[in-house]
Ligand binder design. Sequence first.
Ligand SMILES: Cc1cc2nc3c(=O)[nH]c(=O)nc-3n(C[C@H](O)[C@H](O)[C@H](O)COP(=O)(O)OP(=O)(O)OC[C@H]3O[C@@H](n4cnc5c(N)ncnc54)[C@H](O)[C@@H]3O)c2cc1C
Length: 503
Amino acid sequence: MELSNIPKHADTLVIGAGTAGSIIAGRLASKENQHVVLLEAGPDFGSLDNKKWPVDLLNGTVIGETHDWGYKSSSKNGEPNHNLERAKVIGGCSSHNGCIAIWGSYVDYDTWESYGNQGWSAKEVLPYFNKANKTLGVRDFKKSEVTPFHSACVTAIEKTGIPRTNNLNDLYEDNGVDISPVNNLNGQRFNAAFGYLDPVRENGYLSIVGDALVDKINLRGNKACSVDAIINKKRINITAERIIVSGGAYESPCILMRSGIGCSSNLSHLGIKPQINLNGVGENLHDHPSINIKFQGTDLLSNLMREFRQNGNVVYSEQTIAKAQSKNCKEGFDLHVYPVTGITENSNGKWDCAIYAANMAPISRGHLALNSANPIERPIIDQGYLNDSEDKDIGILMEGLELSREISHQKDISELIGKELIETSSIVSIDDIRKLALHYYHPVGTCKMGPESDSNAVVDNMGKVHGVDNLYVIDASIMPDVPRGNTNIPVAMVAERLVSTLT
Ligand SMILES: Cc1cc2nc3c(=O)[nH]c(=O)nc-3n(C[C@H](O)[C@H](O)[C@H](O)COP(=O)(O)OP(=O)(O)OC[C@H]3O[C@@H](n4cnc5c(N)ncnc54)[C@H](O)[C@@H]3O)c2cc1C
């Protein structure tokens, strides 16, 4: 958009066009009673129909690799050190993610409510999950679309005692394995921008500004009144009646902190004038820690997969998900096991594979802090993996590792995957796991939802920032605890639920 065409004022201004931001902006613009401005730091490739989208962002069979913010973890002990992928593009992470559409457990949402977040119990959020699933085109794979690898995985997992389910998204079922629902069709990823922005792009109520990096929100007293963004190297100010921050778990707290909303003493040290003292901004960061075991893959696997592809089938790397309970799990479940296959860089054209296990109910917490007031600089991100003092999180991951190995020994898949590679067969102790733990791409919690009585809460149960008028945060950052599921559809549920309360 030309600088001169950028609106100077919005009824609602939404920061970030990711999963949540696309839903908020799309739903509000469809009401046709207000002008919505949506600012996105990455490019806007327009609607799906105009065919300008990069191939990797449309290919939903693997994770997209371009348009990344380039975050890295920086834990205090230096380990494990990860790339922390986040998409910088319209649609946000829904434009490059794995398209696995999973909801979690009733325990997740009942627990959010038990913290004092009225309206968030499992029963109350169900209609919003259904709404999100429908608009994002979530579907079940047809039997014929399931690869030979994943059919074998489901059978092998069943043989370890995990029952077959026909609905992984039954919030009240604590054990089960199946092929996961997905939001892609014929291999094409259907992101939140396609589902929510495309229908209203031309209706006159929505202005989408791509390549617009929001620096900060300006307050007058305790009222949010405008936003400063950097567009084409120029600083632009846009005023708004209502401002909604949807920058995701890493950026939303940064935007608040640059605006003077956060722990006042920390902000003063960076030369940022404190406006609203909220100690929880950037705290409570967590994700699902995971661990994998790797296999070279046999000729039989490569032959079967080649034949499957030659028969005209789309090949998906990830399809199977099992939910399971570790021995001390009292409610819901606390493990996901998810095998993946593909032709990777070092596999010489052969299909190799890995089995991942993730701790779905971690209690460890990390935090995120600004490095400086400059919006171009990356924040310090410490995911705090496996740092709980009693090593409960790592114990669950160890059980996940053992379960993955038990699955790999079942004949149904052992003949396809072969022996475990030395690279991972050497993972035997808690210390090995601590060094090699991975993430599951699901950071949340840095602008936690909770009542004012909770000193770490940043927003209330309606997403409104405590102590500030006209300012909301709506995205993964407000989740008090990560749900026991992949987070895209839960974030969409959060956005659907909160936008339904906004006039
Ligand atoms: C590689 C990968 C694979 C994943 N796979 C799955 C999966 O298979 N299933 C699943 O359920 N979940 C998956 N997830 C997680 C899921 O996609 C995310 O949890 C979800 O998309 C987060 O939504 P959000 O709205 O909170 O943030 P995001 O989607 O990250 O959106 C934030 C948006 O705000 C923009 N933004 C940030 N800061 C600024 C700023 N200062 N100014 C302007 N714009 C800004 C960003 O560019 C981005 O577009 C995956 C995530 C990744 C990274």
